[in-house]
Ligand binder design. Structure first.
Ligand SMILES: NC(=O)c1ccc[n+]([C@@H]2O[C@H](COP(=O)([O-])OP(=O)(O)OC[C@H]3O[C@@H](n4cnc5c(N)ncnc54)[C@H](OP(=O)(O)O)[C@@H]3O)[C@@H](O)[C@H]2O)c1
Length: 251
């Protein structure tokens, strides 16, 4: 496939060891990008992603960093630039859930989800933008969610973090546009991964009712949308939220 090639590009995928991030890392690499696969604790899964990329003839490395921590996020950006010689694409994908109705939600449940899902994007983007501004080129893609658009009961922390990412995307898009840096968000719907494992089976089945395409999405389908936003074909798209949700939330 010649469309949306990413040859000579260098990318970081935060939370690239599993689920959607893994699929994004593989897809960017398939299109020619060198990929830094970031993870927080699952070194074995990250190494497996690197091995899968290398087996297909691509270039990748893995790096542990808790991106909710500014110093670690900054090291991730700096070490990627040092290892590969630059940075063109940043995918802020790392995320987590701590679902609970608000009356049962602890302050730590709130803080930890906001830190992991939202502050991480600030941390990585701040460090990356410094480099991208100088080079007058960049693609930042933030993994939001339908929950950030429509809200989801039992997920006030998660929905707030994902809605926050959309505001962050639009504000940063305006800030850096003059330097040829685009900033967009992807809003996946229901994508079976480790993250959705704990959702009771009956609720998973019920979710199909709300999906016009009548099926769940795949990590690969989210990866295709992400790779498109990272490509030159998407050069005139910025501040956009691209839903990949089977029609779950429209308009
Ligand atoms: N699955 C869905 O239905 C869905 C829908 C909408 C949006 N999303 C969003 O898509 C993104 C990926 O979700 P997923 O379903 O693929 O989740 P997942 O399978 O649970 O994978 C989460 C990934 O994030 C990493 N991670 C978590 N906290 C981190 C931190 N502090 N620093 C660095 N890496 C960290 C994990 O690393 P380790 O392997 O080291 O733990 C793992 O690679 C998330 O932002 C999620 O909110 C998912």
């Amino acid at each position: 496939m010649d469309m949306s090639r990413l040859d000579e590009r260098i990318a970081i995928v935060t939370g690239g060891s599993r689920g959607i991030g893994r699929a994004v890392a593989l897809e960017l690499a398939r299109r020619g990008a060198a990929v830094m696969v970031n993870y927080r604790s699952n070194a074995r899964a990250a190494a497996e992603v690197v091995a899968a990329i290398e087996a297909e003839g691509g270039t990748a490395r893995a790096m542990q960093a808790d991106v909710s921590d500014y110093a670690q996020a900054e090291s991730l950006i700096k070490e990627t630039i040092a290892a590969f010689g630059g940075l063109h694409i940043l995918v802020n994908n790392a995320g987590t859930t701590r679902d609970m109705v608000i009356m049962m939600m602890s302050e730590d449940d709130w803080d930890s989800v906001i830190r992991t899902n939202l502050k991480s994007a600030f941390n990585c983007s701040k460090a990356a933008v410094k480099h991208m501004m100088r080079k007058r080129y960049g693609r930042i893609i933030n993994m939001s969610s339908v929950a950030g658009i429509a809200g989801n009961a039992g997920q006030t922390n998660y929905s707030a973090s994902k809605a926050g990412l959309i505001g962050f995307t639009k504000a940063l898009a305006r800030e850096v546009a003059a330097r040829n840096i685009t900033v967009n968000a992807v809003a996946p719907g229901f994508i079976p991964t480790d993250l959705t494992e704990s959702i009771p089976e009956n609720l998973k089945e019920a979710s199909l009712e709300a999906i016009p395409l009548k099926r769940w999405g795949t990590p690969e389908e989210v990866a295709y949308a992400t790779a498109f936003l990272a490509s030159d074909e998407a050069a005139y798209i910025t501040g956009h939220v691209l839903s990949v949700d089977g029609g779950m939330v429209m308009g």
